[in-house]
Design a protein around this ligand. Structure first.
Ligand SMILES: NC(=O)C1=CN([C@@H]2O[C@H](COP(=O)(O)OP(=O)(O)OC[C@H]3O[C@@H](n4cnc5c(N)ncnc54)[C@H](O)[C@@H]3O)[C@@H](O)[C@H]2O)C=CC1
Ligand SMILES: O=C(O)C(=O)COP(=O)(O)O
Length: 345
C-alpha cells in the first residue's frame, strides 16, 4: 500500500469501552466462583435437583468482593486508563505502570492513582492485575513479558486478567503459579497448557465483540477516510505521517502529493507550481520513514482548470512522486501515476 501511495488507517480506542467492560467482568469472574456455580447448577438441573440443593450447595462457591482491593493496571492506554478509572469508581485502590503514558490517557486516570515505575512494583501486593499492552515480537518486545520473574512477585491469591494478547504471558510460569495456590488467570486467549486448569477462565477473544464497538470502529473508519478524501487530512494512519490541515482557504485548490522521502522532491514540486505562474497560499510537508506527504493550497484567482491539470501532470511525473490528488469544490478528484510511471486520470 505504501509503495502505491495509499495510506492505511486504524481506529484506536474505538473498542476500548467494550474491552474495559469485559476486564471488569473478568475481575468479577475471578473474585466470585461464578463459572463454577453456573456449571454446578446445570449439573444439578440435569439431575432434577437444582431447587432442592441450591441453598445447601451455595456454600461451595463463596467468593470475595472487589471493593477495597488493589488493582494493578499494566498499560494505561485507551483500555487501561478506562479500566483504572472505573475500578476506582467501584471502590478499588488502583496502581499502574506505563512508561509511555500519553497526556490524553493521563487525563482519564483517577486522581488518587499510584503510578509506579516497573511491572514488578505494579504487581507486588496487588489483588487483581490487568495487562493492557500491545504484543510486540522480537528484541525489546513484549513476548512473555509476564514471565517467571514477574509472576514470583504476585500475591498467592492474585487474579491476572489478560484481555490483551495470549503471548504476553509465559504459560509455564502461569501454570506454576496456578498450581501452587489459589490465584486465578482470566484470559481472552486460549492456551494449550492452561485452558482446562481449574483456576483458569478462558473466553473466546470476546473483548471487542459488541455491537457498539463494531459501530464505533466502523464510524471512526468512515470519518477518517472521509476526512482524507475530502480534505487530505491524515490521522490514525499506520504508514503515513499525521497531517492535520487547516481548512482550505477560499479561492484555492488543494494539491496533495505523495512522494518518496528523497532530497529534491519538494523543490521539484514547488518549482512545477511556480513555473505555471501559480501562487502557493499555504503548504505543509510531513514525512514518515520512506514516505513524504505534501499539501499545497494554490490560489485559483485568475487560473482555469486546464492550468491546474497541466501542473498536476508535471508534478505527477516528478522523479520520486508516487501519486497526486487535486481537491476542489466539494469532492476530490484523484490522479495518479501507475507503477510504470505512466500518467493517468
Ligand atoms: N480482547 C480484545 O478483543 C482486544 C484486545 N486488545 C488488546 O489490548 C491492547 C491495548 O489496547 P489499547 O488500550 O487500545 O492500546 P493503546 O495503544 O491505547 O494502549 C497501550 C498502552 O500500553 C503501553 N505500553 C506499551 N508497552 C508497555 C509495557 N511494556 N509496559 C507498560 N505499558 C506499556 C503504551 O504506552 C500504551 O499507553 C491492544 O494492543 C490489543 O492487543 C485491544 C482491543 C480488543
Ligand atoms: O482490536 C483488537 O486488538 C482486538 O483484539 C479485537 O479483535 P477483533 O476485532 O474482535 O477481531
Amino acid at each position: 500500500m505504501t509503495e502505491l501511495g495509499i495510506p492505511v488507517f486504524n481506529t484506536p480506542g474505538a473498542n476500548a469501552n467494550a474491552v474495559k467492560e469485559l476486564v471488569l467482568c473478568g475481575m468479577l469472574l475471578g473474585s466470585r466462583r461464578i463459572v463454577d456455580g453456573i456449571n454446578h447448577m446445570k449439573d444439578l438441573g440435569a439431575q432434577g435437583l437444582a431447587r432442592e440443593r441450591v441453598e445447601k450447595d451455595k456454600a461451595m462457591f463463596g467468593g470475595q468482593e472487589i471493593k477495597g482491593k488493589t488493582l494493578a493496571v499494566i498499560g494505561l492506554g485507551h483500555i487501561g486508563a478506562m479500566t483504572a478509572r472505573d475500578a476506582e469508581q467501584l471502590g478499588m485502590k488502583v496502581k499502574g505502570y506505563d512508561p509511555g503514558l500519553s497526556v490524553q490517557s493521563a487525563m482519564k486516570l483517577p486522581r488518587d492513582m499510584n503510578l509506579v515505575d516497573s511491572i514488578t512494583a505494579a504487581v507486588s501486593g496487588a489483588d487483581y492485575i490487568s495487562i493492557n499492552i500491545p504484543y510486540v515480537k522480537g528484541q525489546g518486545g513484549t513476548h512473555g513479558i509476564i514471565g517467571k520473574d514477574v509472576v514470583e512477585h504476585f500475591s498467592p491469591n492474585a487474579v491476572l486478567m489478560n484481555f490483551a494478547r495470549g503471548e504476553l504471558v509465559d504459560s509455564d510460569a502461569m501454570k506454576e503459579f496456578l498450581d501452587s495456590g489459589d490465584g486465578k488467570y482470566v484470559t481472552d486467549f486460549p492456551e494449550d497448557l492452561l485452558w482446562d486448569h481449574k483456576n483458569c477462565i478462558v473466553l473466546p477473544h470476546l473483548g471487542a465483540s459488541t455491537e457498539e464497538a463494531e459501530d464505533a470502529a466502523a464510524s471512526m473508519a468512515a470519518d477518517t477516510i472521509r476526512e482524507y478524501l475530502e480534505n487530505g487530512t491524515i490521522v490514525n494512519s499506520v504508514n503515513f505521517p499525521d497531517t492535520h490541515l487547516d481548512a482550505r482557504p477560499e479561492d484555492t485548490v488543494r494539491f496533495t502529493v505523495v512522494n518518496k522521502n528523497v532530497p529534491g522532491a519538494l523543490a521539484a514540486i514547488t518549482e512545477a507550481i511556480s513555473n505555471e505562474g501559480l501562487n502557493i497560499v499555504q503548504q505543509i510537508n510531513h514525512s514518515r520513514g520512506d514516505i513524504a506527504y505534501n499539501v499545497c493550497d494554490i490560489s485559483t484567482s485568475g487560473n482555469d482548470v486546464v492550468s491546474f491539470k497541466n501542473v498536476q501532470e508535471q508534478i505527477t511525473m516528478v522523479e520520486g512522486v508516487i501519486s497526486t490528488r487535486i481537491i476542489y469544490g466539494q469532492a476530490g478528484v484523484g490522479y495518479a501515476k501507475n507503477l510504470d510511471g505512466e500518467y493517468f486520470v
